[in-house]
Design a protein around this ligand. Sequence first.
Ligand code: 13P
Length: 250
Amino acid sequence: MRQPMVAGNWKMNGSSDSVKELMAGIKAGMDSVKNTEVVVCPPAVYIPRVVGAAADSGINVGSQNICDQDRGAFTGEISGEMLNDVGCGYAIIGHSERRSLYGETDELVAKRFAAARRNGIKPIFCIGETLEEREQGITNDVCSRQIDAVIALEGVDALADGVIAYEPVWAIGTGKTASPEQAQEVHAFIREKIRGLNADVADGLRILYGGSMNAANAAELIGQPDIDGGLIGGASLKAEDFLTICRAGG
Ligand code: 13P
């Protein structure tokens, strides 16, 4: 059985006060989350204080990105060594906003995946197609290509060290969720593709859905056989909504 995971991607939102309030709200409701692994991914500057606030709560902390290099002259970057040093256990990698707004290629994303692994950080590896790509009928090809870049660099077994988040770009921040059937279809494709290379990795791999998942639609999405949780943007900024989604995981 795969343990469900719900991760909150706070993106570039928050302040000292709001981060404190949000963490207090999530912690207060953690007793009601039975079996789901809970992760929050704050903006990097707030990671140390969120790690502090999360102590003994069962909440794990992740970053929203990670440098492909471990140290040195890489102005503006944050390394896996540093993230590990401050108690950060996960890193979102290859989010579509990084790919589309900051030009991250499949190859760079794969290098970031490798950097997370060698520093003991679990990658939350994001893939997904744009609306145009879906309309062209190449959704599976795009997801396949994005996964293949990581497999080419790190091997298929490396996928077992993290989770995949399928986030159709057209569903992110738009209020337009993929239907449970649409999402399940792609999740099943991803798992089958990996099963062709290593059945154990495929069976154990958690594949999260992301894109306008909220308190109202989470249970039906997570109820699909190949959807093992969610990567949540907007709804992760409200403690009650986030907790409702975590409870939907069980
Ligand atoms: P929304 O939940 O706001 O659509 O964002 C999804 C997302 O990008 C999570 O990484």
